[in-house]
Design a protein around this ligand. Structure first.
Ligand code: SF4
Ligand code: SF4
Length: 378
């Protein structure tokens, strides 16, 4: 079993306690499809129309230009820029709510066939569904929010899984510190015998599939889903429409009002910052997708994609890296028993899952990740 630790978090940094909405942007930015021939020829798009495989228009509007933007992984991409006409003209879709607790396995698979998650269901036999409501980064609380705000939709979807896969058990893993969510589950699960709650310790990395599976001692074939993914399935099964919105966290000691925001896919992150946070970040560092595993980025061209988990805005620290004191802490903390010191001293590549623990623990503040990840800009 890998060594999992409890991170020292700054308790003065608060995260949002309610959801904000930003659903009427002036523009949205849609990255070019991987294949050039999939680029839409029409200049006008209707909301929910298929732009190219797995990508749907989040609003209706006119194509106005092409612009270079950034994805959460730091990659620069050409985007089609659409001006919102605020008409929300919809493509015709089967948007009828239906009961989902009697769907067959085949219907479920058919209905999620446009989602990336469908790959997870391509297993011969499934004995357990593991649903994780655990976030993997300090100060980012997306999965936590989904569990809290969408619990009925999540449980309804899990009930449909247990009926469609009668030999499988459904386990919902949440942190034993999430008392509000635990109470909500306890009040609802009495009606669903096949769904079991698993409380796990508040340890870093337990939100990752590999570590959670080991922690829960799961040996049999399983399907692992985050609660946000279960909600995506719910929208497809129940409402029979694609997901056109996305939620993420903005937090950190550099913001006075942390938010959890629901917005359209393709919105520029700065538009949301101006609307809700509107602060001067010149003395801050902005981390996209977290301070441990995310990356420092100038977010002025960053767009919202399904991969965006959060922006953590931290005040700049006035500390400089010192000489390595050969304490060995970076080696002993590594959850996969790798040797970050070797990468730092000798410039050799070592095995790494980019968890950031070696940099976090180093008493000399050496940004070890920079030497492990190559493309990091610590
Ligand atoms: S970032 Fe890589 S080397 Fe450092 S602790 Fe994590 S896995 Fe180990
Ligand atoms: S934790 Fe930092 S100071 Fe200690 S051995 Fe590793 S690099 Fe050197």
């Amino acid at each position: 079993m890998a060594r999992l630790i409890k991170l020292d978090k700054d308790d003065t940094i608060k995260v949002a306690n309610k959801m904000e909405e930003y659903l009427t942007p002036d523009y949205i930015y849609i990255p070019f499809p991987p294949k050039k021939e999939d680029i839409k020829k029409e200049k006008y798009i209707k909301k929910a129309s298929l732009l190219y495989p797995n990508v749907y228009a989040p609003l209706s509007g006119e194509l106005v230009k092409i612009e270079k933007c950034l994805l959460p992984n730091g990659k620069e991409v050409n985007c089609l820029v659409f001006a919102n006409d605020f008409q929300e003209k919809m493509e015709k879709i089967v948007a009828v709510r239906r009961k989902i607790n009697n769907l067959t396995k085949e219907t479920i698979l058919e209905d999620i066939s446009n989602l990336k998650i469908k790959e997870k269901f391509k297993k011969e036999s499934v004995k357990t569904f593991i649903i994780s409501g655990i976030d993997d980064e300090p100060y980012i609380e997306n999965e936590f929010f989904f569990q809290k705000e969408r619990i009925k939709a999540i449980v309804e979807t899990l009930d449909s899984f247990s009926n469609a896969f009668p030999n499988a058990t459904v386990l919902v893993a949440i942190k034993n510190t999430d008392s509000e969510t635990i109470l909500k589950y306890q009040s609802i699960l009495g009606m669903y015998n096949s769904i079991e709650l698993k409380l796990v310790d508040d340890l870093y990395l337990i939100g990752q599939e590999e570590f959670l599976i080991k922690y829960l001692h799961i040996k049999e074939p399983y399907i692992y889903l985050k609660s946000s993914e279960v909600y995506e399935i719910y929208i497809n099964l129940k409402k029979r429409r694609p997901i056109l919105e996305h939620c993420f966290t903005i937090s950190g000691n550099g913001v006075t009002k942390p938010i959890f925001v629901k917005t359209k896919l393709g919105v520029k992150v700065v538009d949301i910052l101006y609307k809700f946070c509107c602060e001067d970040y010149s003395n801050c560092v902005l981390y996209v997708n977290g301070i441990m595993q995310g990356r420092r980025m100038d977010v002025s061209r960053l767009i919202v994609t399904p991969e965006l988990q959060g922006i953590v805005i931290m005040k700049k620290l006035k500390r400089k890296a010192k000489k390595c004191m050969k304490c060995g802490k970076c080696i002993s903390i590594c959850p996969i028993h790798s040797n970050p010191l070797m990468a730092y001293k000798l410039g050799v590549k070592v095995q790494c899952i980019h968890c950031g623990l070696c940099s976090y623990i180093c008493p000399s503040y050496i940004p070890l990740q920079k030497y492990l990840c190559g493309d990091k800009n610590e």
